[in-house]
Design a protein around this ligand. Structure first.
Ligand code: IPD
Ligand code: CA
Ligand code: CA
Ligand code: CA
Length: 266
């Protein structure tokens, strides 16, 4: 049974507080004040309200720390060495706006360039995935371990499909190429639409692996630590430890990671 640290309690409290308004707004079709940041890149009242609530809660608990948040950008901490909260207040906005119950709140701590804590909260299922560096990954009170599947033929992968305004024409062709390589070798591919939760599900062994190009650090910082602490591998498509820098993520259990990479690049 896990005893949650004070830091994880802060992250949980911020996530729960933000989820209340989010759940009230979920299923609304009017008054969500939807606008576009790109051709198919939406932001709504649910995103901005959640971000405001999370920021206030985190700031109250750690007044000196900085922020890097999807909707409001970057705020420096009290000094340049202070840790930074990396926050995606609503991962899965497109799902949310369509009434699809697959979205999450992602919060991570980066200290001197290293992710030291992360949480992904799924308010629909009331599932809090969390990890601290060197302390393992948990779902509610249960210790997490990536899946033990050894062959792609029995494995289920998650991915993210590019969409209008996301990636170039060449990126879209590259994705189709990857799909056509992985598809015939595995037991199934899912596109759930919330990358932070996809990675949490890899940590939990629900998915055996996941890949997506062009993510942002707030999509993946918490998921990255969850997978690593659950014993999984995370890299970019060249197998380098550069997923956080590049936003290109390939993650799987240790046995499947190399095989997935090979399939993606073949
Ligand atoms: C998006 C989701 C989605 C992924 C997109 C992200 P948002 O985040 O994680 O699964 O495919 O690339 O932008 O905008 O809903 O927070
Ligand atoms: Ca967004
Ligand atoms: Ca996101
Ligand atoms: Ca978001």
């Amino acid at each position: 049974m896990a005893t949650r640290s004070a830091l994880i309690n802060v992250m949980q409290k911020a996530s729960t507080a933000a989820s209340r308004g989010m759940l009230r707004d979920f299923g609304e079709t009017e008054n969500l004040q939807v606008s576009r940041k790109g051709p198919a890149d939406f932001v709504s009242r649910a995103d901005t309200n959640a971000e405001r609530v999370i920021k206030a809660e985190l700031h109250k608990a750690r007044p000196d720390w900085g922020f890097l948040m999807e909707e409001s950008g970057e705020t420096a901490g009290a000094d340049s060495d202070a840790p930074v909260w990396i926050v995606d207040p609503l991962d899965g906005t497109t799902n949310f706006l369509h009434g699809i119950p697959q979205f999450a709140i992602s919060i991570a701590v980066m200290d001197k360039g290293v992710i030291t804590a992360g949480s992904v909260f799924d308010p629909i299922r009331n599932e809090l995935f969390y990890a601290e560096r060197g302390q393992g990954a948990y779902l509610n009170e249960r210790r997490l371990r990536v899946s033990g599947r050894r062959h792609m033929s029995e494995s289920l992968f998650g991915t993210g499909i590019p969409f209008l305004g996301r990636g170039t024409e060449d990126d879209h062709k590259q994705f189709i190429h990857e799909l056509s390589n992985v598809m015939p070798r595995c037991a199934g591919i899912r596109r759930y639409g919330a990358a932070a939760l996809d990675m949490a599900w890899v940590a939990a062994g629900r998915l055996d692996g996941f890949w997506e190009h062009g993510l942002q650090i707030w999509d993946i910082a918490a998921g990255f630590l969850l997978v690593r602490e659950a014993g999984g591998f995370v890299s970019d498509f060249a197998s380098r430890d550069k997923a956080l820098e590049t936003g290109d993520v390939v993650t799987a259990n240790p046995t499947l990671h190399a095989e997935l990479l090979r399939a993606l690049r073949s």
